[in-house]
Design a protein around this ligand. Structure first.
Ligand code: ACO
Length: 762
């Protein structure tokens, strides 16, 4: 079959190690694979189920307690003449004698199976299925070398044995039942397809869905590495968390593939982002490697799909899997208003028939864009959604921004470090010495490593002093680990009651400096503090490090009141006190990427505008001729770019005057009797789905905060926010609703006030 060369569902055909699910007991090494293992058990089950009833009783008797009078404790009949191991299939099996005494308790086989006398054939067959699973697990327990896996096999073995004895259904007794994380991997990938590709024409979207199915299917047959293998590969990860997921995966997904008496779940349906993160990097690498190796065997029509589109798909997905702020993992994620969810079900057969036209084919002009169906009220200045989607599709396409270009001269300082972290080359951990916990050898080694880095890089600090602080339980250190070795860190002390953290030492080992590690360290430290709700850093910066701290957002203008830190922070002679105020809504480690994407969007929008205009005007020569200033509208071509002269209102130049005018208007608006629905951000609980419908929420409280922080540097910004409140309200609520009416009345009032203030023409 031509399809067999593709990456398929059900029977992973490409033979890379990761794609061949190992059977229990194989410890990931046995070559027979899942299909063979489960097929063999299925054949045995069928044989046993078609055997005569006495034979079935004999088999079940082995797993049934003795019912003879006198409370016999024997929990399974044992033959006087056990069959050879392995049983000889060439010899006719001897007839079953229900009177044959048990080798252990001497009661007969019949005494062990009295409870089965009136049991239906169907129930007998169900119990026999469990028996064969028990026998299979028994071999697994003996063959398995990995201690964690062995333990799980043994628990399942006991569970199945118990359910035969009690004639019950095997029920896993766990604190938590599936699903273990929401949204599930399947939902997350589904959201990803919606998020990134909903703008594509349906044919291309179909191709993406095939890639998504292919990927999900691979996860469902993926063999997780054992916790000990993982500990060796990623020593500093949350080992307990991984082990818990591994155990669940064995019990609910992996073992039930072979032992079908256990309830089976798909990995992609009961696990979420956490498990996906722990397998994604390795899995992606192996899948791509495998595709490369098998490329000659791929049928031509699948070659582009697997060799070109699949890698791009995986790169884009990887970005979302490891992002801290990707919306695809939000429980509230709702597909773009038009489409609804694309069902990605991991069925057993995947037929890759559609032509791979993902990025190659142009959209036909007649084919409507999904977003064209959405009739969103427009706010002046909004860029059309379709245009944004088109641009987003080009900028998130890794082919458009190749990884190498990320590391060009224009890339952000922390870009290389960010990528290294994603690939697992470097890791960040907040560590410290604790008096309450038993010292962990690895942490102590790292603390010694940090002490060395700090001592070398800060030679003016006495070594004993560094040692004292690094090992002081009140101090913590964000450490940067590469190849298991400490190469940098930031030692800090948190003062939550005072609302700040003191950065005590900060250094990167000499041969690793100026590679962006210092920046990435600081970004991690910022995110760590946002999580712990401390939004100010203070540090005494060394004369030579002032430049570095400035680049990390520190300044000599200290925002923390003096009374809060005097007497708390250590004072260093010859050093400069610097502070940094954090913004809790910034994902600092992703910040440079976000800015980069925004720049790309703007660049692309400009390029498109240029392509539309297709006019090049000669440069202005009037300045050479002595003209000092010309009105903007006199610049040739400026209007074609979409620029419009500012409305005939008055733009207040003096920031204080603007502030007080806006403050007065806002106060009037807030005291208006129809302002009540807009006083605070809309609560999710009160307006279901609000944040899926309204992409840019706004309210009067947020506006007050923005005003206070001097965000409104022009009247236009202020008016746009206010307008947003009314537009959002009318978009979400029906026209007959009270809210809708309030919005109309308040809007009218607002414009009266704006006109009165002379900010727009009367
Ligand atoms: N002076 C001015 N600029 C600097 C300095 C410096 N000493 N060190 C780094 N930078 C700049 C880099 O050139 C880079 O700028 P760019 O983005 O415009 O190219 C930016 O700061 C960040 O560079 P990274 O590569 O992210 O930082 P790096 O990994 O080199 O780490 C650090 C910076 C920690 C200061 C490192 O250079 C170091 O260990 N220095 C010696 C020890 C030291 O001085 N520590 C600070 C003492 S003060 C205290 O600990 C509180």
């Amino acid at each position: 079959m031509a399809d067999s060369a593709g990456i398929q569902q059900g029977s992973p055909a490409i033979g890379a190690a990761g794609l061949v699910p190992a059977a229990p007991g194989a410890g990931g090494t046995e070559g027979s694979g899942a299909a063979g293992g489960s097929a063999r058990i299925a054949v045995k089950k069928a044989q046993l189920r078609s055997s005569p009833r006495p034979k079935k009783l004999e088999k079940l008797g082995v797993y049934s307690s003795c019912k003879a009078e006198g409370a016999c404790k024997c929990n399974g009949w044992k033959s006087q003449n056990p069959p050879p191991t392995p049983p000889r299939t060439d010899q006719p099996s001897s007839t079953v004698n229900l009177q044959e005494p048990c080798r252990s308790c001497s009661h007969t086989l019949g005494d062990h199976v009295t409870h089965l006398e009136n049991v239906s054939e169907e129930e007998m067959n169900r119990l026999l299925g469990i028996v064969l699973d028990v026998e299979y697990l028994y071999t697994c327990v003996h063959k398995e070398e990995d201690a964690d896996t062995k333990q799980v096999y043994f628990s399942l073995f006991k569970l199945l044995r118990k359910s035969i004895l009690q004639m019950g259904k095997p029920m896993l007794e766990a604190q938590e039942s599936p699903p273990f994380e929401k949204p599930s991997i399947e939902e997350g990938v589904n959201n990803f397809v919606q998020y990134k590709f909903s703008h594509l024409p349906s044919k291309e979207r179909q191709t993406i869905m095939e890639l998504a199915k292919m990927f999900l299917n691979q996860i469902n047959y993926w063999q997780l590495e054992t916790p000990s293998q993982r500990r060796q590969r990623v020593p500093n990860e949350d080992a307990a968390g991984y082990k818990a997921n591994y155990t669940r995966w064995l019990c609910y997904c992996n073992v039930p593939q072979f032992c079908d008496s256990l309830p089976r779940y798909e990995t992609t349906q009961i696990f979420g982002q956490t498990l996906l993160r722990s397998v994604f990097t390795v899995m992606r690498k192996q899948l791509l490697e495998q595709a490369r190796q098998e490329k000659d065997k791929l049928p031509p029509e699948k070659r582009t799909l697997i060799l070109t589109h699949f890698p791009k798909f995986l790169s884009m997905l990887e970005e979302e899997v490891y992002s801290h702020s990707s919306p695809i993992w939000s429980q509230d994620f709702l597909a773009g208003a038009s489409g609804g969810q694309i069902p990605i079900h991991t069925g057993k057969v995947l037929c890759l028939t559609s032509k791979p036209c993902l990025f190659g084919e142009k959209r036909k002009p007649t084919e409507p864009l999904p977003h064209e169906e959405i009739k969103r009220p427009r706010v002046v200045g909004d860029i059309p959604v379709e245009l944004i989607n088109e641009v987003m599709a080009t900028i998130t396409d890794p082919a458009a921004i190749p990884e190498t270009s990320l590391l060009s001269a224009h890339s952000a300082r922390d870009e290389a470090a960010r990528l290294e972290e994603r690939r697992g080359v470097i890791e960040f951990h907040v560590i410290g010495n604790s008096l309450n916990q038993k010292p962990n050898k690895r942490i102590l080694m790292w603390l010694v490593g940090l002490q060395n880095v700090f001592s070398h890089q800060l030679p003016r600090m006495p070594k004993e002093y560094i040692t004292r602080l690094v090992f002081d339980p009140k101090h913590k250190t964000l450490s940067l680990i590469k190849d298991g070795r400490v190469i940098g860190g930031i030692c800090f002390r948190m003062f939550p009651s005072q609302g700040f953290t003191e950065i005590v030492f900060c250094a990167v080992t000499s041969n690793e400096q100026v590679k962006g590690y210092g920046t990435h360290l600081m970004n991690h430290l910022k995110e760590y503090h946002i999580k712990h709700e401390i939004l100010n850093f203070l540090t005494y910066a060394d004369e030579y490090a002032i430049g570095y701290f400035k680049k990390q957002g520190f300044s000599k203008d200290i925002k923390v009141p003096k009374a809060k830190y005097v007497g708390y922070i250590k004072d260093y002679e010859g050093a400069t006190l610097m502070g940094c105020e954090l913004n809790a809504s910034i994902p600092y480690t992703e910040f440079s990427v976000i800015i980069k994407k925004q720049k790309e969007i703007i660049k692309k929008l400009i390029e498109r505008k240029q392509a539309q205009i297709r006019k090049v005007y000669p440069g202005l020569s009037c300045f050479k001729e002595g003209v000092r200033q010309i009105p903007i509208e006199n610049i040739p071509g400026i209007r074609e770019t979409g620029w419009k002269p500012v409305g005939k209102g008055k733009e207040l130049k003096d920031p204080d005057q603007l502030y007080s005018t806006l403050k007065t208007i806002l106060q009037h608006v807030k005291s208006h009797p129809n302002a009540w629905p807009f006083m605070e951000p809309v609560k999710k609980t009160e307006a279901p789905g609000y944040y899926q419908v309204i992409r840019f929420p706004m309210d009067l409280k947020t506006m007050s905060e923005r005003l206070k922080s001097r965000y409104y540097t022009t009247r236009k910004l202020f008016m746009a926010d206010m307008q947003r409140i009314f537009t959002n309200c009318r978009e979400y609520n029906p026209p007959e609703s009270e809210y809708y009416k309030c919005a109309n009345l308040l809007e009218k009032f607002f414009y009266t006030k704006i006109k009165e203030a002379g900010l727009i023409e009367k």
